[in-house]
Design a protein around this ligand. Structure first.
Ligand SMILES: Nc1ncnc2c1ncn2[C@@H]1O[C@H](COP(=O)(O)OP(=O)(O)O)[C@@H](O)[C@H]1O
Ligand SMILES: [Mg+2]
Length: 314
């Protein structure tokens, strides 16, 4: 705690008196830290993790857009923005990690629970509002614009083409029966990507990671958190998370009050669904091959990978 205490004091003028570990997502560590006045949510991206560079590279691109949204759209109070350091930055770092702090949201995370009618309505209103904005807002959006390029596909191919000498047997045995399926899906994604790049599909601000662990309920308000995937993209990048849900029609009815003639673009939907599947597989492999994991974490990642590989044929 001493390190963190000093860091928060130096960068944010916040004097913390307590700190407790919280269940974070898989990408970062999370803490509740409190001063005598209030509580904060501290997110720590450890530098030793393979995913950190990619996840934190865009902080300075997406946070200013969120700040603009909070001041210029109906999203105030519905999305969290990080606190600013004394130097006017949205993050700070030391040799161990990259740190961001937010006001602590008192409430609960939806996670795997069913959502209520009211939550569906609020979610639909938030996403409909978000999708009203695009690259014409007066904040730079170039760094987060979808280009339909999927760079991790090459890395994924390299993995089995080179079969790196340190490829562990258990991982290889799991992956190798599915390589053809993955090759086929990669080819489909690349073809769709090319088609979308040459089309004039409408793009809007999208969250791109809309699942229950990124939704919190605080008193009467639903809050959408974890905006590190913010993009200017076809709206299917968000709707793909909702389309298979039992409440999708209800969601769509409310969404269409704002976006009157909206209909799903099947190419964009298929592109994002396939990309997500391959990205999950890639990230699990990345953890298994390059991250330091204990036995329990490793078994859990292997199970997740196996589950994901099974869905490839579907
Ligand atoms: N401001 C906050 N206040 C309280 N809890 C939060 C806050 N932000 C996130 N959380 C909790 O921490 C978890 C992980 O945060 P999230 O931003 O989604 O990180 P990750 O990128 O690791 O998924 C969330 O599922 C939620 O339970
Ligand atoms: Mg999350």
């Amino acid at each position: 705690m001493d390190n963190t205490k000093k860091l928060l004091k130096d960068y944010y003028h916040v004097d913390i008196t307590s700190m407790s570990s919280q269940q974070g997502g898989w990408a970062s560590l999370a803490y509740k830290v409190s001063s005598n006045q209030k509580s904060y949510f501290l997110k720590v991206y450890e530098k030793k993790r393979a995913s950190t560079a990619k996840l934190t590279a865009l902080i300075d691109k997406y946070v200013p857009i969120m700040v603009w949204l909070v001041h210029n759209s109906k999203l105030k109070g519905k999305i969290p923005v990080p606190l600013v350091t004394r130097g006017g930055e949205y993050k700070c770092e030391d040799e161990h990690g990259i740190y961001m702090i937010y006001d602590y949201i008192e409430g609960y995370t939806i996670g795997d629970q069913d959502v209520t009618e009211d939550q569906v309505r609020q979610l639909s209103e938030i996403i409909a509002e978000l999708h009203l904005y695009s690259e014409d807002i007066p904040v730079e959006t170039d760094g987060i614009k979808e280009d339909f390029d999927v760079p991790f596909l090459q890395s994924l191919r390299d993995i089995w083409n080179q079969r790196r000498c340190n490829f562990p047997n258990d991982v290889w045995n799991l992956v190798s029966p599915h390589i053809q399926q993955m090759e086929d899906l990669m080819h489909t994604i690349e073809t769709l990507g090319q088609r979308l790049r040459n089309s004039n599909v409408r793009m809007a601000l999208c969250h791109t990671d809309l699942h229950g662990w990124n939704l919190m309920q605080s008193e009467q308000q639903l809050i959408v958190i974890d905006w590190e995937g913010l993009k200017v993209a076809p709206v299917e990048a968000d709707l793909m998370f909702l389309i298979d849900k039992p409440f999708f029609q209800e969601f769509l009815n409310i969404y269409q009050k704002t976006h009157h003639n909206f209909s799903i673009n099947p190419d964009a939907l298929q592109f994002y669904q396939g990309k997500r599947k391959l990205e999950d597989i890639w990230e699990f492999l990345e953890q298994l091959l390059w991250d330091e994991q204990n036995e329990e974490e490793r078994v859990s990642t292997l199970n997740h990978l196996q589950e994901e590989l099974k869905t490839l044929g579907k």
